[in-house]
Design a protein around this ligand. Sequence first.
Ligand code: OGA
Ligand code: MN
Length: 276
Amino acid sequence: MAVISAERLSSTVGAEVIGVDVDRLLHDETLPAWTLEVLEAHGALVFRGLHVDDATQVAFSKRLGRVEVFGRGENPEIFRVTLDPTKNPVAEYLKGTFDWHIDGCTDDVPIMATILSARAVAASGGETEFASTYGAFDALSEQEQERCLSLRVVHSLEAAQRLRNNNPSPEELTLWRGRPSKEHPLVWTHASGRRSLVLGATTSHIVGMDVDEGRAVLDDLLARATTPGRVYQHHWDVGDMVIWDNRGVLHRASPYDAGSARDMHRTTLHGDEVIQ
Ligand code: OGA
Ligand code: MN
């Protein structure tokens, strides 16, 4: 059998997995442990042209960890990432995917990893971009690292939604504020000993710092983390599958038209580490 390998897609984040087919996704005994290891090393893994169906995607996801359940029906683990409200009733919120973010930053334990498979792609836009938050911490000067280690940040759904809709109705505000905000350290010291920055659209303010001053610090760190030379941009073809390590990357979708047929089927792996 062909050897499975991971080939870097950029100098800081992303690798393409070569040598895996649907049979191996489902049955290769060494694949799950290998996948989790290279995922942690590269941040995002691209499997081109797999054309998985929902049952296969869910089965593979379950081989990697605990899979979250969203809905009902035959494959309740599948969440559809689409701006079409007839396919996803919360499509409006998904415009938030256009800003750099880490999934689940307002939860106690953010998710471990996300798997998307492309069922339909946008005619223009709709690439998914990744940037390493480990790399972002490592690239800071020692002095900046020390400073960041002393800071804590409040994350909220409101902060993220305001980037797309800064003039919310009272109903929208009530809805957003219904989701409790969450305070995290700016630097996540992982069980592995590696450190990453916890940044992105959900950042509201730095605890104990003037709001504008804190905003300037967060915006500067995010801009440096996501500077084009540190980003891998995935151009989707129907049938591609991508996994990202939500503990160590920021991600976003390039804007695409709300009327676009773009349809990603997503499975979500439950978090295994609190941010500390
Ligand atoms: C997500 C997400 C990006 C995309 O599913 O969490 O941010 O490109 N998706 O659809
Ligand atoms: Mn996301």
